[in-house]
Design a protein around this ligand. Structure first.
Ligand code: ADP
Length: 500
């Protein structure tokens, strides 16, 4: 490269929206552009995204962040991609168009296929091979559904032209002008099709789900060159040098590179992820074993508690119930409420993940009486986010030698001071929020920058991170912890709501 690169571009392609962020050498955000992504709910429990909209917004946000900062694309040294995981789609490599909307990770349409596989006694084998609990959450059954749909709706389709991928693969393919069809191990580990020990597609599982291996992307290390952007897109050929699943990227940004370190991201869902080191670790309390990240020479594993709907419930208060105008408003309303007035919410809008793994659970409010007002409903929804994380931390503690003593947080909903204080109170341990709360994007940027030598070392770039605020358990502790016990009863009532 003739000029010294000034920035690293992170593309953070989340469930709620797509973001392009420029990071400077200090590891700080220079500028960002964000657009919310339309959510399509064709049936109860189904959720789709439009692949073309994801790609269009990725392109537009990249252009916007460059224009806003008067930056030439050639000033960008490398690109890091981090994406909502498990969401997947099929497209035609000759037209570049998806055959069907992408099926989002929260989508429950393949529950019956999972139940069928459980009846056939496949759950244990799947968990052994992939580290995952058999659930509609992961990509495998979604890809099987898409292929079935394709065979029925377009029986004459030439399968040689079909490509499959998660969002990273789709966007990478578009960024490289259709030249590179690849994914990284952290994303591949969430498809329920990758063998966790070997880091390759498991042919028995591809066969079980009826997925031809030729439609699957090549699996590559999370850090290293994936390909270069097509010259016609932004006027320069810039390498994509890191791809991470969103949760793994946040783990990387928090400096959690050794066993004992963990973080929780508060986005659409909440994801508590603990670094497990270079040994494949299995959980005794229904946590997922997954890949943290890989280089050419090393694989790091992680243990994860996935909670499906947390920030998504705030979106639902706004867009579904019209109870609030903005997510930020929930903080003042919760304080105004004073307490929850006996209301407990179970955020099982797409079933329950860790530690219950109940695809048939559905959301519920319990304890409603005549005096309940809008602010109590809002507060109960915020409290339920913290309660879910408390359950997940307890599950982690069962697996760990030392109990969790500090929670590092990030993500959209971690901006909410009420929620973070309530979280510290219910957990009884400090909650630490970094100055850059876009840890997901930051992790992708760090990975991409380190891969090209933009930063000297992982330790030096992590050392530059600053803490915004530490929330310590306070006077609300007793009330919050008593509330947690009541909430557990509400959870029991929301479980197994749907009958097969
Ligand atoms: P994702 O990466 O899953 O798209 P983000 O980390 O961008 O998610 O966070 C967006 C989520 O955070 C949304 O679900 C939104 O409702 C929630 N959120 C954003 N700000 C707040 C806030 N101040 N209080 C509570 N929730 C919030």
């Amino acid at each position: 490269m003739s000029t010294t690169p000034e920035y690293i571009l992170a593309l953070d392609l989340g469930t709620t929206g797509n973001r392009a962020i420029l990071f400077n050498r200090d590891g700080n955000v220079v500028s960002q552009a964000y657009k919310e992504l339309p959510q399509y709910y064709p049936h109860p429990g189904w959720l789709e995204h439009d692949g073309m909209e994801i790609w269009r917004d990725t392109r537009e946000m990249t252009e916007k962040v460059l224009i806003d900062t008067d930056t030439k694309f050639s000033q960008v040294g490398a690109i890091g991609l981090t994406v909502q995981r498990e969401t997947c789609l099929l497209w035609d490599k000759t037209t570049g168009k998806p055959f069907h909307k992408a099926i989002v990770w929260q989508d429950r349409r393949t529950t019956s296929l999972c139940n069928e596989l459980t009846k056939q006694g496949k759950a244990e084998e799947i968990q052994e091979k992939t580290g995952l609990v058999l659930d509609a959450y992961f990509s495998a059954t979604k890809l099987a559904w898409l292929l079935d749909w394709l065979k029925t709706e377009q029986p004459d389709v030439n399968m040689e032209n079909v490509l499959a991928g998660t969002v990273d693969t789709w966007v990478l393919w578009n960024l490289t002008g259709g030249k590179v069809h690849a994914t990284d191990r952290s994303n591949a580990s969430r498809t329920m099709l990758m063998n966790l020990a070997s880091g390759t597609w498991d042919l028995t599982l591809l066969d079980l789900f009826g997925i031809p291996s030729h439609i699957m992307p090549e699996i590559k290390p999370s850090m290293g060159e994936f390909g270069r952007t097509d010259l016609d897109l932004f006027g320069a050929e810039i390498p994509v040098t890191a791809i991470f699943g969103d949760q793994q990227a946040a783990l990387f940004a928090h400096g959690c590179d050794r066993p004992g370190l963990l973080k929780c991201t508060y986005g659409t869902g909440c994801f508590l992820v603990a670094q497990a080191g270079t040994e494949l670790t299995r959980s005794q309390s229904r946590l997922l074993s997954t890949v943290a990240w890989t280089t050419e020479t090393e694989t790091k594993y992680a243990l994860e508690a996935a909670m499906f709907t947390t920030g998504a419930c705030i979106q639902w208060l706004r867009d579904g119930l019209n109870l609030i105008q903005s997510a930020a408003e929930t903080e003042a309303l919760a304080r105004q409420a004073g307490d929850n007035n006996g209301v407990y919410f179970v955020p099982a809008l797409s079933g329950l993940g860790a530690p219950h793994w109940d695809m048939n659970a559905r959301g519920s409010f319990q304890g409603i009486t005549g005096g309940v007002k809008r602010e109590h409903i809002v507060r109960s929804v915020l409290e339920s986010i913290a309660y879910q994380v408390k359950e997940a931390v307890e599950a982690m503690n069962k697996d760990a030698t030392n109990p969790v003593s500090l929670l590092k947080v990030d993500g959209g909903a971690s901006k909410n001071d009420f929620l973070m204080q309530f979280q510290a109170d219910v957990l009884g341990i400090p909650v630490e929020r970094p100055a850059v709360q876009d840890a997901t994007a930051q992790g992708a940027a760090f990975g991409a920058g380190l891969a090209i030598g933009f930063w000297e070392s992982y330790d030096s770039v992590i050392a530059k991170r600053e803490i915004d605020r530490t929330f310590t358990p306070g006077e609300g502790q007793t009330q919050a912890q008593e509330g947690f016990q009541v909430w557990l009863r509400a959870v029991e009532r929301a479980k197994n709501w749907l009958v097969d």
